[in-house]
Design a protein around this ligand. Structure first.
Ligand SMILES: [Zn+2]
Length: 144
């Protein structure tokens, strides 16, 4: 077993923070209320992520942020062992999580509270938020 597979979960690190705009504030700052917020189409109820100005299913512009369950499962992951970003500890998991609301509603995230050796395809996960300056709440996931 490699060092990567046995590494302990990483604590909060010095991540690059997103630039907040009118278009993305619902996603990056929405965690202040403890919920993950994604766009939903008012016409056909399709969940939309990442941001789009129109619904990809029915083309309606009637879209608005709504809270989601924040629960899903891991559909893919990799372990980054390269120190690409100064100040960010390695190794860490980059995971693709499929949310429960819709089969194609997926997001890329990190799982810093889950031991790397425990992460697996199909693993049930839930969101948590890493608060940062400027009211940014980074959505991250951990094992349920
Ligand atoms: Zn729609």
């Amino acid at each position: 077993m490699s060092d990567t597979a046995t590494a302990a979960p990483k604590a909060a690190s010095r991540r690059a923070l997103p630039r907040i705009t009118e278009v993305n504030a619902y996603f990056w700052c929405g965690g202040a209320d403890g919920n993950l917020h994604l766009l939903q189409c008012g016409a056909c109820k399709t969940w939309i992520h990442p941001y789009a100005a129109r619904c990809p299913k029915c083309r309606s512009a009637d879209i608005a942020p709504q809270p989601v369950s924040g629960r899903g499962h891991v559909v893919g992951f990799t372990v980054n062992a390269q120190p690409w970003i100064p100040g960010v500890e390695v190794p860490y998991v980059v995971a693709m999580v499929q949310l429960d609301e819709q089969p194609d509603l997926r997001m890329v995230t990190n799982m810093p509270r889950t031991p790397i050796a425990d992460v697996h395809i199909g693993q049930r996960v839930k969101v948590f938020f890493e608060p940062n300056p400027n009211d940014i709440f980074l959505p991250l996931f951990e094992a349920e």
